[in-house]
Design a binder for this molecule. Structure first.
Ligand code: CO
Ligand code: ZN
Length: 325
C-alpha cells in the first residue's frame, strides 16, 4: 500500500494541470471498473455499474503549487500561489516544473522584517544566467509542485501532496477491494479542489447521485501547542461532522458510523474549523445531495512534508469499502 501512495503522491498535478496524475490513476484502475471517462474540466470518472443506489465517491487529484508570473533580467522567477501556499514553509524548498526543471524558493535578503514576508518578496532560482536562459525552460503561466519524496518510517508516511493523493489512494484501494455489490458507484478523481472545489461542482451535476462520500485529509490537534482539535494521527480515519464548506448529512454520517462499528474499524470525529473539501460543493448540487466525508488525519498539510499514519489510511479503505458495498 505504501508503494501506491508513493506512486500517486509523486506524480505532477498542480491544479489545472492534472494530466500526469490522471494517467497514473488510469493505469492503476483501468482493468478494475466497467467504464472510465474524463470530462471537460479534466475530472476522471471510474464507474462500477449496478442497479442499486447511485453513489459518488470523490477524491481530488490536484495539488497545491506555484505559477510563474514574471521572469526578471537576471533570470529569477517571480510567482504566485496555486491554492494555499505559505510563504514561510516555502523558504528553502525545491519546486519541480512539469518538464522536470527544478527551482529553489528563496526571498529578498534585504527584507527588514520577516513577518512582512509574502510571496511578492520571494522568487525561484533555477540556476539560469538571464531571462533568455530561464525562458527556454520555464514560461509565464507554467506551474510547479513542491518536491517532497514519499518515505515510510514505521507506521508513518511523509510526502508532498498527501493532500489529497492519500484520498485518491483510498479510492483506488476501494476499487481494487470492493466485493460484490449492486450499487452503481462513481469514483471521481476531481480537479481544482484547491482553487475552490471546482471539479467536484461540475462532476456532481453530471452524476446527480443518491448520496456522496468525499475522501480527503484533515488537520490534527496532536502537535505541540496545536490549535484545539480532537483529531489525532493513528486513531483511525475521521468521520467528518463539519468544516467550513459543509455540515455532513446525518444519514451519510450514520452510514459511515454503522459501517465502522459493524466491522470494528477504529474511527474518530472531525470538526475542522478551517478549510473545506469536495463534499461542500457536491451537497449543494441540484436539489441537494446528502454528503459525508472520510478524512485521513494529516500533520503539516500544505507543506512538502505532509505526514499520515499508514494504519489510518488502511482503515479508511476498509471503511469506504464497507460503507458503499
Ligand atoms: Co488542500
Ligand atoms: Zn485536500
Amino acid at each position: 500500500m505504501f508503494d501506491l501512495l508513493a506512486k500517486v503522491t509523486g506524480a505532477f498535478g498542480v491544479s489545472g494541470n492534472e494530466e500526469e496524475i490522471r494517467n497514473t490513476i488510469i493505469e492503476e484502475i483501468k482493468d478494475k471498473v466497467d467504464e472510465i471517462k474524463t470530462d471537460t474540466l479534466g475530472n476522471l470518472f471510474a464507474i462500477k455499474k449496478g442497479r442499486g443506489k447511485k453513489i459518488m465517491v470523490a477524491a481530488h487529484m490536484d495539488e497545491i503549487g506555484i505559477m510563474v508570473i514574471h521572469i526578471d533580467e537576471k533570470g529569477f522567477i517571480r510567482f504566485t500561489n496555486i491554492g494555499g501556499v505559505s510563504s514561510f514553509t516555502s523558504i528553502g524548498q525545491r519546486v519541480r516544473f512539469k518538464n522536470g526543471v527544478i527551482g529553489v524558493v528563496s526571498y529578498e535578503e534585504k527584507l527588514d522584517d520577516i513577518k512582512k514576508l509574502d510571496l511578492s518578496k520571494m522568487y525561484i532560482d533555477i540556476g539560469a544566467k538571464n531571462r533568455e536562459e530561464t525562458g527556454k525552460l520555464v514560461k509565464i503561466g507554467d506551474t510547479a509542485c513542491f518536491c517532497g519524496d514519499a518515505v515510510r518510517q514505521g507506521d508513518f508516511a511523509i510526502s508532498k501532496a498527501m493532500d489529497d493523493r492519500c484520498g485518491c489512494a483510498v479510492a483506488i484501494g476501494a476499487i481494487k477491494n470492493l466485493s460484490q455489490t449492486d450499487n452503481e458507484i462513481y469514483f471521481v478523481f476531481t480537479v481544482q479542489e484547491e482553487l475552490g472545489l471546482r471539479g467536484a461542482t461540475t462532476a456532481a451535476y453530471q452524476i446527480m447521485p443518491d448520496f456522496a462520500i468525499a475522501l480527503d485529509v484533515t488537520g490534527t490537534g496532536d502537535k505541540p501547542e496545536s490549535r484545539l482539535m480532537e483529531v489525532k494521527l493513528g486513531a483511525g480515519p475521521a468521520i467528518k461532522i463539519r468544516d467550513r464548506s459543509l455540515i455532513c448529512h446525518p444519514e451519510v454520517r450514520k452510514l459511515l458510523e454503522d459501517a465502522a462499528k459493524r466491522n470494528n474499524i477504529p474511527y474518530q470525529y472531525e470538526i475542522l474549523e478551517w478549510g473545506g473539501t469536495d463534499a461542500g460543493a457536491i451537497q449543494l448540487t441540484g436539489g441537494g445531495i446528502p454528503s459525508g466525508v472520510i478524512s485521513v488525519p494529516c500533520r503539516y498539510i500544505h507543506t512538502p512534508s505532509e505526514m499520515i499514519c499508514m494504519s489510518d489510511y488502511e482503515n479508511a479503505v476498509k471503511l469506504l469499502v464497507e460503507a458503499i458495498r
